[in-house]
Design a protein around this ligand. Structure first.
Ligand SMILES: *Cc1c(COP(=O)(O)O)cnc(C)c1O
Length: 380
């Protein structure tokens, strides 16, 4: 699905130099590499504060702790995402409220959020799934009307632009009250281990969060709040510093690959190619980074999706089903209050979706082989 080795070969010199500097300096924890990466990412995203931490799951949890959410508070999020999103809500003894998604962009359905709001609702967690921004204009408007926090789970959308109705453009993760991301190796900006970060434009919240990631300490050995130990280590920051300048280029390469996939599947009636862009266009935008294609995900209609997975495996083509089970049907998150009828879209998508290899090193020959193998199977 990803070719980290091929990518490393292209950036070996920068990465090796950057890592060596950390080892030479022996500032393994909170060294200059972490601080410099933080500043560089703040600038890239156009946010006031980036707080690096140990991984994307911690980042979400710490964001929620920073907002002071309390047991019993309801947090609305999408039924169609990686489990980490709902896991941290449950772990903090908040009440997860899962809602359905939009069938076109796979992101949280704003009408469903609206229906799920109660007097106990405190926050909404949109996920920019597969690298395409959720409908942030409407989510922010709804949040404002009901006095709710918006926590963007930007683990899959780093570098993506969001074009607002008013014509302005912001990076995903710079829109809500706070956002989280992951630098897991296979993410669009991945390090060589675990890593994550929290973003916010709110000075007070940033201060609170900086203490939480460091055992609730604001002054050495004074623990004002219950915190955690969640750090990005310096070696990972060094890798990220080498890769951040290439992120836009990486995302452009992914978008070009997506465009080639989509072109190859034109006219194949069992396939719905992913909606690619801002302003509700169905084609892939060529003006901005509004979809960074963390995943390129097809819907396979009226055909044998699982047979296709098998066929691709048989031809040594990696593929993934993200996600095979809606969160509301996962054992850990089942809830008697859920009504299957409220999840018609996710229940359908889990049967239809398939994600194709997507990374920065795919060449035309590989793309042609992948698309031809899929089309041959569907025509049979
Ligand atoms: C990867 C991911 C996470 C978790 O990130 P980790 O760094 O693996 O903890 C959270 N949410 C989403 C949507 C993700 O894709």
């Amino acid at each position: 699905m990803v070719d980290l080795k091929g990518q490393y070969q292209h950036i070996k010199e920068q990465v090796d130099t950057s890592i060596s500097e950390v080892i030479e300096s022996t500032t393994f924890i909170n060294g200059p590499a972490v601080h410099n990466f933080q500043k560089e990412l703040e600038e890239y995203l156009g946010v006031k504060h980036v707080i690096p931490c140990a991984n994307g799951t911690d980042a979400l949890q710490i964001a929620m702790m920073g907002l002071g959410l309390k047991p019993g508070d309801e947090v609305i999020t999408t039924d169609f995402t990686f489990a980490a999103t709902v896991e941290v809500i449950a772990l903090l003894q908040l009440t997860p409220v899962l809602v359905d998604v939009d069938p076109v962009n796979f992101n949280i359905d704003v009408a469903a959020i609206k229906k799920a709001i109660t007097p106990r609702t405190k926050a909404i967690v949109p996920v920019h799934l597969f690298g395409l921004a959720a409908n942030m204009d409407d989510i922010m408007e709804l949040a404002k009307a009901h006095d709710l926090y918006v926590i963007e789970d930007n683990a899959q959308g780093i570098g993506a632009d969001y074009a607002s109705k008013d014509g302005s453009k912001k990076k995903c993760g710079a829109i809500g009250h706070v956002a989280s991301t992951s630098f897991f190796p296979s993410k669009n900006l991945g390090c060589y281990g675990d890593g994550g970060a929290i973003f916010t434009n709110d000075d007070d919240l940033a201060h609170t969060i900086r203490g939480i990631v460091n055992h609730g300490m604001y002054k050495r050995y004074h623990h004002d709040v219950v915190g955690v130990n969640s750090r990005l280590d310096s070696i990972q920051a060094a890798v990220l510093r080498a890769k951040l300048p290439l992120l836009n280029q990486y995302n452009t390469t992914r978008r070009n690959t997506a465009r080639k996939y989509t072109q190859a599947f034109a006219g194949i009636e069992n396939i719905i190619t992913p909606s690619g862009s801002c302003a509700g266009q169905t084609s892939i935008c060529d003006r901005c980074d509004c979809h960074v294609f963390h995943q390129y995900t097809l819907r396979i209609l009226n055909s044998d999706r699982d047979g296709l997975v098998q066929h691709l495996n048989d031809n040594n083509i990696p593929c993934g089903v993200y996600y095979p089970i809606p969160l509301h049907n996962q054992k850990a998150y089942q809830d008697f209050r859920y009504n299957e009828a409220d999840f018609t879209v996710t229940n359908q998508l889990v049967k239809e979706v398939i994600s194709l290899p997507m990374h920065t090193e795919l060449d035309d020959e590989q793309i042609n082989f992948i698309t031809k193998t899929i089309i041959d199977f569907l025509r049979k």
